[in-house]
Design a protein around this ligand. Structure first.
Ligand SMILES: *Cc1c(COP(=O)(O)O)cnc(C)c1O
Length: 477
């Protein structure tokens, strides 16, 4: 057989596919039982050397490669995975992803992805409703919170700027207001648009790392006096490092008063709206003009799957153009299916089908149970940490992001910063638990996102004991 015939042979595919699913299912089983370690860290040059050497030995069996990749990756399904804000994907969504990868329908135009486009839009409408939006709401899925925020800011510029920037270029200084704790991509998006440093007005945060909404009026007036036109306020739900939620109702009131656009960067935390127990944390979310929400962070979907939802879907047609209203009206009714008109992507993965498959299989109940479970874990972890004399908690965690540090008596901040960074480094190499560190207001904190629904209280106690053991050894007790 020639190579092409071999590569596309249905029998070979069936054999490899069955073997792969068996491998993944066995792996999931093992990981749930806490073997192997949560992370198998290799130094960058060692990893590169290994993968380079492998490539020189062709051909290799796909099964061996797949098994090696499982071993050399972070196990997000591991109950000791307490690191980045990423979901352990629910297996059915990974299978839907395989279907999408196999079909490879580009979706740039409707006819090149009929099922992909329609399933995405059906899922998105259900999601918008679940977040509390009305019938006029809509949007699309795009590739990540970063891209969704850039897209939203471009919409804001088209809708709210006093002149037609899309056709004529920027004629006056424009700005948005955002918490100083916001994800860096908001700042970056503003600079990409060419508004420079003055285009992002950073409002200070309070002792709970929430935007000081009491300062909005003052910052707004000062910008106006400086000749800057403020178009919008971006609320963080939540901020990435500390996991703090801005007061969305207060921002909505302020935006209504000054006719500003209200965008929510809800990449991580908008998902709390799915949980009756935690939806109060995002009260006011449905008053936003636009919201971005990552499905790969809190909604069990493989990366990268992000919704950008507009309260009035007609606005989504204005991102890349400035046109008469009757045309927008027509597009909103008739052109919902040509997604590339509204997204950065031309060719796009069938990401919507993953979300659709989760919803069609388990309904929004799965999201509700998951969000509630991991936020409960956040509370439980905070409760345990509060009871440890040698630990400090940054804030009462509103969701599943927790910042804490090992802080035995007698060490100043500088010593504690070094100590916690070394604890984290030791634990990374050791691999049993995966956690992160972050720096806030000059202090280094350990940071965990509890995103595994199978993490138990015993796991949380175990990580505390482990940090304590590593930490006390480093201090030399
Ligand atoms: C993670 C995150 C982003 C970036 O989203 P990606 O999907 O990683 O591009 C933006 N904003 C906030 C608040 C986040 O938590």
């Amino acid at each position: 057989m020639d190579l092409l015939t071999t590569a596309y042979d249905p029998g070979e595919f069936r054999r490899q596919g069955h073997a792969l699913i068996d491998l993944l299912a066995d792996h999931l089983d093992k990981v749930h039982q806490r073997t192997p370690a949560a992370i198998n860290y290799q130094a960058p040059n060692d990893a590169l050397a290994e993968w380079t050497a492998r490539l020189e030995e062709q051909p290799q069996a796909a099964g061996d490669l797949f098994a090696t990749m499982l071993d050399r990756s972070v196990q997000v399904h591991h109950p000791h995975f307490m690191g980045h804000q990423i979901s352990p994907p629910v297996p059915i969504a990974a299978l839907a992803g395989l279907v999408g990868d196999f079909l490879n329908n580009g979706m740039g135009v409707y006819e090149m992805g009929v099922g992909g486009t329609a399933s995405e839009q059906a899922a998105l409408r259900l999601v918008a409703k679940s977040l509390g939006f009305g019938d006029g709401a809509g949007g699309f899925l795009t590739s990540g919170g970063t891209l969704a925020n850039v897209t939203a800011l471009l919409t804001i510029r088209s809708v709210k700027a006093p002149t037609a920037v899309w056709t004529d270029g920027a004629r006056e200084p424009l700005a948005i207001m955002v918490s100083e704790e916001a994800h860096y991509c908001v700042d970056r998006a503003v600079r990409i648009m060419g508004w420079g440093e003055a285009g992002v007005i950073k409002v200070p945060s309070d002792e709970h790392y929430r935007m000081r909404t009491d300062l909005l009026e003052d910052y707004y007036q000062r910008a106006r006096q400086a000749g800057i036109t403020v178009l919008a306020v971006v609320g963080s739900a939540c901020s990435t490092a500390a996991g703090a939620f801005d007061d969305l109702n207060a921002i909505a009131d302020f935006c209504a008063k000054h006719d500003l656009w209200f965008h929510i960067d809800g990449a991580h935390g908008a998902a709390l709206a799915f949980s009756p127990t935690y939806e109060h944390v995002v009260a006011g979310l449905e008053r936003a003009d636009s919201v971005c929400m990552d499905f790969h962070k809190m909604l069990l979907t493989p990366s990268i799957t992000t919704a950008l939802i507009y309260r009035d879907v007609r606005d989504s047609y204005r991102t890349f153009q400035q046109r008469a209203d009757y045309l927008l009206e027509w597009e909103a009714r008739e052109e919902w299916h040509n997604l590339a008109r509204r997204t950065f992507e031309c060719t796009k993965l069938m990401i919507g089908f993953k979300v659709y498959t989760i919803l069609a299989t388990y309904g929004t109940d799965l999201f509700e149970q998951y969000v509630t479970r991991v936020c409960d874990l956040g509370k439980a972890f905070a409760e345990l940490l509060r009871r440890q004399p040698d630990f400090e908690l940054l804030i009462d965690p509103p969701c599943n992001i927790i910042c804490y540090r090992y802080a035995p008596a007698g060490l100043d901040d500088e010593a504690l910063n070094t100590l916690n960074a070394r604890i984290r480094q030791t634990m990374l190499l050791d691999g049993d638990f995966y956690l992160l560190q972050t720096s806030l207001r000059g202090r280094t904190w350990l940071r965990s996102t509890l995103s595994n629904p199978f993490t138990t209280k015993a796991d949380l106690e175990a990580v505390i004991r482990r940090i304590e053991a590593v930490g006390s050894e480093l201090v030399g007790y």
